[in-house]
Write a protein that binds this ligand. Sequence first.
Ligand SMILES: Nc1ncnc2c1ncn2[C@@H]1O[C@H](COP(=O)(O)OP(=O)(O)OP(=O)(O)O)[C@@H](O)[C@H]1O
Ligand SMILES: [Mg+2]
Length: 282
Amino acid sequence: MFSQTDEDAPVLHVEDYEFAIRIRGLVNRFGDTLVHDGLDLDVKRGEILGIVGGSGTGKSVMMRSIIGLQTPEAGEIEVFGSTLDTISDEREGRELRRRWGVMFQGGALFSTLTVAENIQVPIREYYPRMDNKFMDEIAAYKVAMVGLPADAAPKFPAELSGGMVKRAGLARALALDPALLFLDEPTAGLDPIGAAKFDRLIRELADTMRLTVFLITHDLDSLYATCDRVAVLAEKKVIAIGTIDELLATEHEWIQDYFNGPRGRAAANGNQTATPHGAKTV
Ligand SMILES: Nc1ncnc2c1ncn2[C@@H]1O[C@H](COP(=O)(O)OP(=O)(O)OP(=O)(O)O)[C@@H](O)[C@H]1O
Ligand SMILES: [Mg+2]
């Protein structure tokens, strides 16, 4: 539900909604390739939902459809009760977009901008009149929030390690204090220790900021460490959604192979023996 502020700008009250995202009958096609065929999905507000599926099954296309970068052939997508393409008030569409943050697959930062300037890109877009000093304070705060040292703020992406670039990408996605965070393969390319640290960071931020997280990942350790539920994309649809235990109870061959294959079993064992600090017991 939107309400008006004194300046007449609409404000979205996300806490009014049980679901952050509802998708019904989504169809996406590129030429002869049918990617989604009647896909349904509900993402509960406040959960971390993992999205898994083979490469090319349409995980990124689904995310792009939700945030309005891909126009589906058919279907309905609601984010916090609103459908982007039917919002009649342009300022309400803008307010809805302001409430989500996105870290795209590959997580590219603008290479000619410093970390701080990258974080400020979405802020400048939504608050063009904000003064530079305040903008720098927000960037410094976001840098600290994602666990980067303060001296990372004036650096260019090429001067950072891969893990630091991921954190900077996350800081940019969090720039506008979103209610909904989209992460497309955020730990890809990180070493296992770096990936585990990143997983813990996401879990902590989600808990403290009451975020809903749409987390696309191939990383089984991430699923066990961070997700409340997991949705499985196969056969052009979400074929199952639930906790990992619930998914393990299904008969589906792809799900069984995925979670009960050698890598799945290793991730499950790692999770069971993890201490609260994330260190593995021997
Ligand atoms: N802009 C586009 N034009 C044409 N085809 C596209 C486009 N974007 C995606 N596709 C096709 O849609 C299908 C789904 O792609 P998508 O990127 O969503 O897969 P994915 O599940 O994210 O895979 P991965 O795990 O490798 O990232 C693929 O067959 C891809 O080639
Ligand atoms: Mg993808």
